[in-house]
Design a protein around this ligand. Structure first.
Ligand code: PMP
Length: 361
């Protein structure tokens, strides 16, 4: 230990928070000192610092506050949404704090941690069959909202989604990279809120920054070039022909959401680089073990793409990869499949190396 080094100190935020909602956003951008190749700097934007653990806390608060401003959400009215999980957890946090009952509709295939988290915050969770995919849960939420006059959050269509990324996420990135070049931003898409909001701002303010979008290799809806069929109000009506079930929870539902359609139409991203589920999982594990940063499978996906980009980039390139959520949300999934519960041989031999406190088996 270097005894000349002083102990680390902290000074707090300099202000008191009025509620948990005020802690949403302003997530840190962190350099990957061990995984960045020598000539390139990779940074990650750690969205798991949001209070309910994901990027979707941003959208959750904006959907609710915009509906309050417009008067379309009445005090005490039930909120309903179809979600692969993180939006549900974010909405559950916001609705608990603001006193709105919440019903979440979710396909049974998403991780059980997500269901339990939402119920912990007091939400009701309605499951739909996995065979019906994303569109099944989405149509069920629309039916229930109509029948009960509940407020449907509509994350896949609402302008409140990309708006909040334009007004918060993009501004944070611009501010944090002030004075430094930023060559690439890498993100995937679920609704497309992140890429559309960032894209609107970055395309006009950081003209040299390229936005790289990723999607699952086995469900490359955008790369397929096949357009999505929609109703006149923008709702997707049919499952997309290029969709196949994939491992990257939160990315690419079985339809192209209206929110990302803006990115396609306005060319808000520069390139699409697909990535496989296993490569995403491997990158997520590497990030935990080499950098001490725990993210989900989609965060592994963006990192895997960033590492590929880094290999062919010129010296001095700076890459930012979005990390949408925390790895703790995946304890029951493939991400943790090879992480053991029991002691391995090496651990057993460490245990046996002193006389006390042996487990029998
Ligand atoms: N990763 C995860 C784990 C998510 O839950 C989501 C949102 N569904 C995304 C990525 C994609 O974010 P967006 O909806 O803003 O495109």
């Amino acid at each position: 230990m270097d005894l000349n080094k002083k102990i680390r100190t902290t000074i707090g935020q300099g202000h008191l928070y009025d509620s948990v909602i005020e802690t949403i956003g302003n997530t840190p951008v962190i350099k990957l000192k061990n995984l960045s190749p020598k000539n390139v700097s990779i940074f990650v934007k750690a969205e798991f610092f949001n209070p309910a653990g994901s990027v979707k806390d941003r959208l959750a608060i904006n959907i609710i506050e915009e509906a309050e401003r417009k008067g379309i959400l009445k005090p005490g009215q039930t909120v309903i949404e179809a979600t692969s999980g993180n939006t549900g957890v974010g909405l559950a946090m916001v609705c608990a704090q603001k006193g709105y009952p919440l019903v979440i509709v979710m396909a049974e295939s998403f991780s059980v941690e997500r269901r339990k988290l939402m119920r912990m915050y007091g939400a009701k969770v309605i499951l739909t069959p996995k065979e019906e995919k994303g569109l099944g849960m989405y149509k069920k939420a629309i039916e229930l909202a109509k029948l009960n006059n509940w407020f449907l959050a509509s994350q896949f269509e609402t302008s409140a989604n990309a708006d909040i990324h334009q007004y918060t996420t993009a501004q944070e990135i611009i501010n944090d990279f002030k004075g430094t070049n930023l060559d690439y931003i890498v993100t995937g898409y679920g609704t497309g809120g992140t890429v559309t909001g960032i894209g609107r701002e970055i395309k006009s303010k950081l003209k040299d920054t390229k936005i790289i979008l990723s999607e699952p290799e086995n469900a490359s809806l955008l790369l397929s070039g096949v357009e999505q069929e929609r109703s006149s109000d923008g709702y997707a009506e049919k499952s997309h022909s290029a969709f196949q079930p994939h491992l990257i929870q939160g990315w690419t539902p079985d339809f192209i959401p209206l929110v990302i359609q803006e990115s396609i139409d306005e060319k808000l991203y520069d390139d699409i680089i697909p990535i496989s589920g296993p490569e995403s999982i491997a990158a997520s594990i590497k990030l935990a073990q080499k950098e001490g940063i725990l993210t989900g499978i989609s965060g592994g996906g963006t990192l895997a793409v960033a590492l590929k980009l880094a290999k062919t980039s010129k010296d001095g390139t700076v890459i930012l990869a979005m990390l949408p959520d925390t790895g703790e949300r995946y304890l029951s999934t493939m991400l943790f499949e090879n992480i053991a519960e029991e002691m391995n041989e090496e651990e057993i031999s460490i245990m046996k190396s002193t006389p006390g406190f042996h487990l029998k088996n």
